[in-house]
Design a protein around this ligand. Sequence first.
Ligand code: AMP
Length: 543
Amino acid sequence: MQGLMMDTELQISSILRHADRNFGDREIVSVTADNPLHRYTYADCFRRTRQLANALGNLGLAAGDRIATMAWNDYRHLEAYYAIAGSGFVCHTINPRLFPEQIVFIINHAEDRWIMVDLLIVPLLEKIADQISGVEGFIILTDEQHMPETTLKNAISYESFIGDESDEFDWPVFDERSASALCYTSGTTGDPKGVLYDHRSTVLHAYAGAMADTMALSSKDCVLPVVPLFHVNAWGVPYSTLMTGCKLVFPGPKMGDGETLYQLMEQEEVSLALGVPTVWLALLQYAESVGKKLNKLQRTVIGGAAVPESMIREFRDKHDVVVMQGWGMTEMSPLGTIGTLKYGMESLTPDEEVSIRAKAGRGIFGVEMRIVDDEGKELPWDGVAYGSLQVRGPWICSDYFKLDGAGGAHTDDGWFDTGDVAIIDQLGYMSITDRTKDVIKSGGEWIGSIEIENTVMGHDSVAEAAVIGVAHPKWTERPLLIIIKAEGAQLERDEILGWLEGKIAKWWIPDDVVFVEEIPHTATGKIRKIELRKQFADYQLPS
Ligand code: AMP
């Protein structure tokens, strides 16, 4: 027997209509390339979003056509998110930090018809314009007054593009499984792969992100997403915050600037901020250097890479800020786990609490996870066994865009293989120990490079650390520790190796240490291990 409930499509435009009705006076504050502090309300935002939808309607696009954005976090980018997807087109967010040849590849692969581009990113596109000739025109995210001289074809300022349009627009109703957004993963090898989100997955993911034991969003929150809108929909924040009526603060091009982040947090009374560990390093360093405390911030979600314990402690001890570590990936919309505490954990000692928060978190309803061995046999959640981490659920990709099953990441029984290696404890808290392809195999046993890196990062004299496997005649591979020293710090090989004793398994202690000025990163801030392995391919270990 069928139930008797209404068949209402879960569409992104429904979030906008709800937010408009219920929280019209809520503020959105942005730093932009043409305005150091722009401020308006949800009602203003949605009025302009409807104007933009009307303007896009004049371009002769068909449902499902891709319109790209290449922009920092600000209000115009948010308007683009809602107008593009709400109209039935696909918002293809492009990471401007990718290598130019990757950007060319993904624009052509996605067959983007128009690109909305931030003022500051125009020169980058001008350089590759002759290789992306399929793009019909460019909307520069600024007003007429700040419009640059540009060689980009059919370039128009955003404000002129929407200026004369009506602010009335009926959001079309369509199948909730229609594509809404596209984001390419910036893998370290091979061509980037497109992950195609749909309206249903986006709305369900936004509900999950807002829940009390996830990010606990409410209309009383003021949220600062430092995580970029161009990377995995800024972890779903543009949807979950509008669903719940949070005030939003966007840092624009200033996302790496500790001082601006600090000032925005204090002045706008930000209660929750989200970003990758590197960004918070900049903020904490700034606060430390000027002797200031974060007075308003209550909690932060940190993910995208492992969060060092020292960062969790610094936020807590110096700023009274709770760190919630999250894990996920582009293919997962991205939320998979989050490190909130469970019932019964109220009486943990501060150290016990840090050790839980230093894990990648526990499962969110909507994401099933399992760890399996090399033969695909499921392993226990016992805090000891490690294996390949696999997931499934309604916001996890079932295939890559235009790859027709050739992505190689799905199992025959319908799970997505994340490429991460993990341990899950009895309480369901998961820890990432490595990427499958980065695992160091020593004497037939796995050594978790990420776990060693996390521990090393806890040393005061270390700014950044990476661990890779190098060839060893007896053990096949042994770990080599690569360190960037903290500014002005003195650190010797034997000192750091001695310090590690007792903190990690004895046989995991690296065989040698090299000090470097720079560690290569991907466009999303992850260490390029493949590059490091090449660089140190002929490294002779002392043993
Ligand atoms: P991306 O698709 O670029 O967001 O990258 C996803 C990958 O980032 C995951 O597969 C992990 O390898 C890594 N990652 C994300 N969050 C964490 C975390 N909390 N700890 C360790 N690695 C993480």
